[in-house]
Design a protein around this ligand. Structure first.
Ligand SMILES: Cc1cc2nc3c(=O)[nH]c(=O)nc-3n(C[C@H](O)[C@H](O)[C@H](O)COP(=O)(O)OP(=O)(O)OC[C@H]3O[C@@H](n4cnc5c(N)ncnc54)[C@H](O)[C@@H]3O)c2cc1C
Ligand code: SF4
Length: 641
């Protein structure tokens, strides 16, 4: 297969970096594990093929090495299909063919010259870990965000309303860096910063590179921190101390060995990056808190190369940092090379439960009541546009599921609660109907029948004046539903590509794959948000004192999506500070390969940010974009106006 035939697959990579973590028990790309640069992972291969197809890079020594080091083991096909339904193996095969054909034609192999900056960087980290080879650089040159990075960054720094200044090329928004360097220690990070300052060269730290705000792009030096993998759990102290390259998934897995967990968000995000950038908001924030609530100490290399810990008595006050970071123009205190985060004990009788709603106001009322009563670990409202892909193995299945939920059953929102047996019992008392853990498993494993079985449709029609879901999820109806769905790993696996069905059967035989507690703790499903679409999230803190206003904001965000002809929907609402506020995420979906849709998404995002900001000021709540890069703050500094 040639590059032309696979370039459409390559262009759809969403850069979530799930191919860097072993979230399915398949192992991780052996080429990436060995060579560390993002370029050697499937994500890198996709980006390289995208660039080759657009004639952006020549054949170089690194390109040959990247192509040849892929063993065609097939791990990425399983991982990537699970998340996005893409098959990177085809792309890797095409890359190999392209490179071997070029070599056979005796095409020149370019080898970029080593300049003084590169010599200095290599002097610090060693020959292997600093490069200016275009095949490496290009994999660090783009993210999926629809908005020109400078526009968004200036917005989050100044909080001034901005308009979209489109800069869209056929290859989207590319910023080729000059160098990529991969330090292994704090000392090396400090030396790199000093060298960059000597050369007056901008630099940008990077974890997994998931962010969609252009924040890890830049024309100078990209400092890829993925080699900083120290990870230590202190069960007596209830803490984990991790290096800048450790992902949430890796930390959570290690903590789980001690029956503990941390508050994490995206599994492939690096803990340090996520904490510094957003303060890590997620469904567990309801119980575990947010931002400064969850870290105990952090090691920072300041932008003059000085190393300090936030707990040092003479440490700079990280709250007052507002100077732009070199290259990113964003207010970072420095590069966080290590962080110690709090862990919480796992209680053995934890369970998940869902409460279906057709009305957002009613869902908000219950969520707020649970939050203010301090019940449970998770207490979040999920929109159906968001939830359906999470539990569906293919895009087609999620479309069918969403239709069945919203149109046949009249369910628009699900309140998800995780807690101990007392919490679950209380939720059952509070709600008319609930979908308990057993029923969640039944629906997930019987998914294809759930949305296509005639018996299920008939049940919906029998509900009369009652909302159909109230009949469907009644205790008495349960045996009927279970019988109709005949849930099994075979049933759910039947909807995926034939050659992957055996793998999916085994996967769904694992109890954790349908366990709401496990799924919240590792969050491996939320990356499915990038299946078929890229996404642009509009974020806000809202006050829960006035629920009408929250509904109004949600409607306003939807009307912006409609105006720009975009698919959109409520993502998630999670209460913070026991129901004083909530963090709300509304999502615009767009095809990242379609320039018009990218532009529409950019405009929708900018307009929504401006309007959300006005709303949240009216509600005396801080807007979320203003706290990006202040994740090390006490949460009180962010949540109180
Ligand atoms: C599908 C999806 C869902 C998401 N959901 C959530 C969510 O629910 N909650 C949430 O909090 N976030 C969420 N995010 C955002 C994401 O977790 C953050 O962007 C996180 O920072 C990404 O981690 P990363 O390692 O990829 O960081 P990168 O993208 O590599 O870096 C992010 C920023 O941090 C800087 N940076 C990186 N490492 C360091 C460091 N060690 N020290 C200082 N600065 C550094 C970078 O320069 C950049 O500006 C989501 C992202 C995706 C793609
Ligand atoms: S097929 Fe190649 S790119 Fe994919 S996981 Fe295996 S070695 Fe990595």
């Amino acid at each position: 297969m040639g590059l032309e035939e696979v370039k459409n697959i390559a262009a759809k990579c969403v850069h979530f970096g799930m191919c860097k973590i072993d979230f399915l028990g398949t192992g991780v790309c052996p080429s990436g594990i060995k060579h560390k640069y993002a370029s050697y992972y499937p994500q890198g291969g996709m980006e390289i093929v995208n660039a080759l197809a657009n004639k952006l890079i020549p054949v170089t020594e690194r390109l040959i090495d990247i192509a040849r080091s892929c063993t065609l083991c097939g791990i990425c096909d399983k991982q990537c299909y699970f998340v996005t339904e893409l098959r990177p193996m085809k792309v890797m095969e095409a890359l190999k063919e392209h490179v071997e054909a070029a070599l056979q034609r005796n095409e020149p192999i370019e080898s970029p010259a080593e300049d003084q900056v590169l010599r200095d960087l290599r002097g610090i980290v060693g020959e292997e870990w600093a490069t200016n080879d275009p095949a490496i650089l290009v994999t660090y040159s783009r993210d999926i965000g629809p908005v020109d990075p400078a526009t968004l960054v200036s917005y989050s720094v100044d909080m001034r309303p901005v308009s979209y200044s489109g800069d869209i090329s056929p290859c989207h928004l590319r910023h080729m860096p000059g160098y990529v360097v991969m330090p292994e220690s704090t000392r090396e990070v400090a030396e790199i910063i000093k060298a960059a300052n000597r050369h007056k060269m901008p630099f940008v730290p990077r974890g997994t590179g998931q962010n969609s705000h252009g924040l890890t792009l830049g024309e100078g030096i990209i400092i890829d921190l993925s080699r900083m993998k120290t990870l230590e759990v202190d069960p007596k102290n209830w803490t984990a101390t991790v290096g800048a390259g450790v992902t949430s998934f890796e930390m959570q897995k290690e903590a789980n060995k001690h029956r503990m967990r941390a508050s994490v968000a995206e599994p492939a995000a690096c803990v340090c990056a996520n904490m510094v950038m957003t303060g890590i908001y997620g469904t567990l924030c309801h119980a575990y808190g947010y931002a400064g609530d969850n870290y105990v100490d952090a090691e920072i290399v300041a932008f003059d190369g000085r190393i300090f810990r936030t707990n040092d008595t003479d440490a700079p006050n990280v709250l007052k940092y507002s100077l732009p970071a070199p290259g990113t123009f964003a207010p970072l205190p420095g590069i966080c090379t290590q962080i110690t985060v709090r862990l919480y004990p796992i209680v053995e009788d934890e369970e998940g439960i869902l409460v279906p709603f057709s009305d957002l106001h009613e869902a908000l009322e219950m969520m707020r009541e649970i939050a203010r009563s301090r019940l449970g670990l998770v207490d979040s409202i999920l929109g159906l546009e968001y939830f359906a892909p999470f539990i569906s193995p293919t895009f087609q299945a999620s479309e069918e599921l969403r239709r069945f939920f919203t149109e046949e059953m009249e369910v628009k929102y699900l309140l998800m609660v995780v807690g101990d047996k007392y919490t679950v019992r209380t939720i059952k008392e509070m709600a008319d109907v609930t979908v308990d853990q057993e029923m969640v498993r039944t629906i997930m494993l019987g998914l294809p029948k759930f949305y296509s079985d005639e018996g299920m449709e008939l049940l919906c029609q029998l509900s009369g004046a009652e909302k159909p879901y109230k009949l469907l999820f009644k205790e008495e109806t349960r045996p009927l539903v279970e019988m109709s769905l005949s849930p099994s790993p075979e049933n759910i696996a039947a909807v995926v590509d034939e050659d992957l069905q055996d793998f999916f059967k085994k996967l769904y035989s694992k109890p954790e794959m349908t366990d709401l507690v496990w799924l919240n703790m590792y969050r491996i499903l939320s990356s499915r948000i990038g299946r078929n679409y890229a996404y642009a999230p509009s974020l806000a803190f809202v006050s829960l004192d006035n629920l009408d206003k929250v509904v109004e904001i949600c409607d306003m965000l939807k009307s912006i999506g409609d105006k720009y002809d975009l698919r959109s929907g409520l993502g998630v609402i999670t209460p913070l500070d026991f129901g004083k506020r909530a963090q709300m995420e509304y999502i615009y979906y767009f095809d990242q390969t379609n320039n018009q849709e990218r532009e529409n998404a950019a405009n929708a995002l900018i307009e929504s940010m401006n309007k959300v900001n006005a709303f949240t000021q009216e509600m005396k709540a801080p807007a979320l974009v203003s706290i990006v890069f202040q994740g090390l703050c006490r949460s009180e500094n962010l949540l109180y106006t």
